[in-house]
Design a protein around this ligand. Structure first.
Ligand SMILES: Cc1cc2nc3c(=O)[nH]c(=O)nc-3n(C[C@H](O)[C@H](O)[C@H](O)COP(=O)(O)OP(=O)(O)OC[C@H]3O[C@@H](n4cnc5c(N)ncnc54)[C@H](O)[C@@H]3O)c2cc1C
Ligand code: FES
Length: 234
């Protein structure tokens, strides 16, 4: 069990949950989170938004029972975290863009922070799309060479894929598929972070199976990050 430091409401049902402790995790990995005893039965997968020496942070949107319980957590309340799980984004070189839509921006903060620390990364641009209002722009701006914000439109409208060696994207399927299609035939490699309903989080139950060019994969263990063309041209 770990203790809640803060659970800040950011607007539009989004919250930033900061938990005390020394946790491990790489960009694109997730934890199975629960703050209840028996019901709901399953813990909920939430991406790592940030890790500091003495804390881990999750950015989440309230969509159902589990996230509703999380939204009511107060300072010092107990949370159970299992992880880090999943493969995470690869370490890359050259020019990199991060493209997030809605809650898909959540894992891209740690990605921006980690990539910025890598000498092999020459340029790091961040694209974020929101339906109503942008959140945490100052925080992402700290690590981005350029930050592009799109409200109520298509975040991909601002994106020239040829400017980048690698693109990491997370968010609505239609947005990720569009990024993969834009890069088709170019030298740009696109990595997508897939969301599937999960039960165990560790590859045991097959609830999260996803089809790829090399057969069915477990999103929780083989992913959630996949090469875009493997998933969308499967
Ligand atoms: C690897 C991974 C990382 C994730 N990271 C984040 C994150 O950083 N922030 C965040 O807000 N959410 C994240 N999610 C989604 C989050 O797990 C779900 O929103 C959460 O489990 C919903 O739980 P609930 O009890 O509130 O809703 P439920 O009552 O279980 O469901 C409510 C609604 O949400 C939909 N839903 C439930 N689970 C998922 C899911 N896994 N993917 C898509 N839709 C779902 C259901 O279809 C239903 O419409 C992630 C999911 C995965 C698989
Ligand atoms: S959630 Fe059980 S195998 Fe992925």
């Amino acid at each position: 069990m770990a203790n809640v430091i803060s659970n800040e409401y950011l607007g539009q049902d989004m919250h930033l949950l900061k938990i005390e402790g020394s946790f491990k995790g790489e960009m694109g990995q997730f934890y199975m989170v629960r703050a209840w005893e028996n019901y709901p039965v399953l813990s909920r997968p939430i991406s790592i938004h940030n890790i500091e020496e003495e804390s881990i942070t999750f950015l989440y949107r309230v969509v159902g029972e589990g996230t509703e319980i999380l939204s009511n957590l107060k300072t010092s309340d107990d949370v159970k975290l299992e992880g880090p799980y999943g493969n995470g984004f690869p370490k890359v070189t050259g020019k990199v863009a991060l493209v997030g839509g809605g809650m898909g921006v959540a894992p891209l903060y740690l990605a921006a922070k980690k990539l910025k620390q890598m000498e092999s990364v020459e340029k790091l641009d961040v694209y974020m799309g929101f339906r109503d209002e942008a959140i945490l722009t100052e925080e992402y701006e700290e690590y981005a060479d350029e930050l592009f914000i799109n409200i109520n439109g298509k975040v991909t409208d601002d994106l020239d894929v040829d400017k980048y060696d690698y693109i990491f994207t997370c968010g609505p399927e239609v947005m990720m598929e569009s990024v993969v299609n834009m890069a088709k035939g170019s030298n740009t490699k696109v990595y997508v972070s897939i969301e599937k309903r999960m039960a165990c989080g560790v590859g045991a139950c097959l609830v999260c199976t996803c089809k790829t060019q090399s057969g069915n994969k477990k999103t929780c263990k083989d992913g959630p990050v996949f090469l875009g063309e493997d998933v969308y041209y499967a």
